[in-house]
Design a protein around this ligand. Sequence first.
Ligand code: SF4
Length: 304
Amino acid sequence: MYTSPKTSLSSQLLRWYETHGRTLPWRETRDAYRILVSEVMLQQTQVSRVLGFYDRWMETFPNWNELAKATNAEVITMWAGLGYNRRGLMLRDIARSVAKNSEPTTEDGWRILKGIGPYTAAALAVFANHKRTMPVDTNIRRVLGRLLLAKPFSQLDDDERIRRKSIDLMKSSRKFWEIPQALFDLATIVCKKTPSCAECPLRKQCPMAEKFIAGRVRIPKAAIKKAKETIQVGKSHPDRIYRGRILRLVRENPRIKESAVGGRIDPSYNSVNDAQWVRAMIDRMIADGMIERDRSTLHLSKGQ
Ligand code: SF4
């Protein structure tokens, strides 16, 4: 029987995944809610850290309806420790939209929901709805860029070609929805920034293997640019870290005086130079629905 190179690539990959793939709770389900929670938690947070948070979240908010009923303060309390708190509120807003209308069943349908970008929509479509589509994140971009485009370090503008070509890869595979998961694991374990091609199950089919093994590929110092963060002049951390501290402070000290916040979040706080900076961060957190100001005190948002 004729076996196309792409067919054998996907079956090789899935065979490797059977023995090397990570067992994770969100991989054992087609429940779109559970999959979305994992995807949002995994944005900028490592798998090992997400696991505990994910189980606790599911105990408290097991489905769209339970999360839809949660107040800002309940969401923020449960999200504590994951960082980027706005993500928890966004997840709750998506749950409200699904509970009110209905759960989408296509990639385009997911895209309509505010807060769901192209990657997450594709992830939901393939994992929950079993549609043949490839969610391209930095890991999958790297592996498929090498395998399908023969590019050692693909860029964002390669995503469309990667997506088109990967549909072929999924076409003939029975368990095509496992291919992205297998690629995530291959990217984490083998096809890293500096890949271990000699140990790769796909080295025979990969156009980049020989070049990497022979050391003919220059590994750039920063293949992927980090998102720019706002850092206040003279401060050692980005604002995101100080906003996290403010939130923790308000959570642990209900009705804390706003004037006490600066000194509690930053040992180098200077009331003359830094008051405006702290005030601006608090204003932004109020606008984001995380905390509320009551005259001179702050508390977690009771709203919504
Ligand atoms: S052979 Fe090397 S470059 Fe190709 S997929 Fe495997 S690890 Fe990545």
